[in-house]
Design a protein around this ligand. Structure first.
Ligand code: SF4
Length: 354
């Protein structure tokens, strides 16, 4: 039997999930937590961790600096007190974290979390999909920027293959995950000429492709606005092939604008942080694998939680700290992008977790 929304299943020692989440300076409620569980990755996507940018040793966090499973579970439990009910596990590549499936099982059991999702590059799904399903994972988003073997390698820093990711999607289907989200970052002159073939490939499969405008996250990806393909242009191109009609948002604060194929072959989404920012409804907090809290994907300053987690502070003290951080939040980077000093050292995507 599935858990009712905001389930009131009380377990000894577990606080009731709240119905009035903490709000920030723009009255945006805290509802979603994106938790990066590791910064390591088995790919080198050029819009996140370009192969030429990070060389040599000491790139990634040493194990002792990673939050432990106990610390992650405790942290999420306290976030639930503040209103979080959607939890997305990210990375780096989260499936590289040792014992990840056990962590998923513990997070899935937490009262108040009624939407537990994973963002992965899919390459390790054949090994883990069934166990993740059994552990209680609800949804999977697979990052796939091209089904063309050469373009895939060009965008992944020469690592992995489109075939491996497609095998991962098949394994997720076989494990019972349907309606996967397929996240595709579109870059002009790189993969924008392939969008129709990628959409055509997934039409009718039940999976939903979301086309993401190339974003200036971090400072390594050599972002250039001329490389951005506006969602409106892609929407027109796809509509010319397969007529589309707009769909309403499924949830408050949804990042994608949804469109259904008129012929019933599914839907497609557009995440347009550059041309159609959506900060007004942003209900997302992010925590990096080493325990830094960020209130925006484009933040360059965060709050360290690890000391609070490791220095015997109480859950009440942790809750009060998190509440204060969110209440002081006024991020609207995407809306203010053009007027903000672009040079400030923003946190890298592979650390922030997207
Ligand atoms: S730019 Fe920041 S505030 Fe705006 S939607 Fe993205 S994460 Fe939220």
């Amino acid at each position: 039997m599935s858990k009712p929304k905001h389930s009131k299943v009380i377990r000894p020692g577990f606080p009731l999930p709240v119905s009035d989440p903490v709000q920030d300076r723009f009255a945006r409620p805290l509802r979603d937590l994106r938790l990066s569980v590791i910064d390591r990755c088995n790919l080198r996507c050029d819009y996140c961790m370009p192969a030429d940018s990070l060389q040599g040793r000491g790139i990634f966090l040493p194990k002792p600096e990673l939050l432990s499973d106990d610390e992650l579970v405790r942290l999420v439990r306290v976030f639930v007190r503040l209103g979080v009910h959607k939890l997305r596990l990210t990375g780096g590549e989260p499936l590289l974290r040792p014992g990840f499936t056990d962590l998923v099982a513990r997070l899935a059991a937490l009262p108040g979390i009624d939407d537990l999702a994973l963002t992965t590059n899919g390459i390790l799904l054949p090994r883990h999909a069934r166990a993740l399903k059994a552990a209680g994972l609800g949804r999977i988003t697979v990052s796939l920027d091209s089904i063309d073997a050469a373009t895939f390698l060009r965008m992944s820093g020469g690592k992995g293959s489109a075939a491996e990711v497609l095998a991962g999607i098949k394994a997720a289907e076989a494990a019972g995950f349907d309606q996967l989200k397929i996240n595709t970052v579109v870059q002009r002159g790189v993969n924008d000429n392939e969008i129709e073939s990628l959409i055509g490939f997934f039409r009718g499969t039940g999976h939903i492709v979301r086309l993401i405008e190339f974003m200036d996250v971090g400072s390594l990806n050599h972002w250039d606005r001329t490389q951005v393909v506006a969602s409106a242009d892609l929407l027109k191109r796809i509509h010319d092939c397969w007529p589309l009609r707009p769909l309403p948002s499924k949830v408050h604060g949804e990042t994608a604008r949804r469109y259904a194929f008129e012929d019933g072959e599914g839907e497609v989404g557009f995440i347009s942080s550059i041309t159609q920012p959506f900060c007004g409804d942003c209900t997302r907090a992010r925590v990096t694998a080493d325990g830094n809290l960020y209130s925006c994907l484009f933040a360059h300053r965060g709050a360290a939680l690890r000391p609070l987690l490791r220095q015997r502070s109480t859950d009440d003290a942790l809750e009060a700290f998190l509440r204060g951080q969110w209440q002081a939040r006024e991020d609207r980077y995407s809306e203010l992008r053009s007027s903000i000093d672009g040079d400030s050292q923003r946190v890298e995507m592979f650390r922030m977790g997207g």
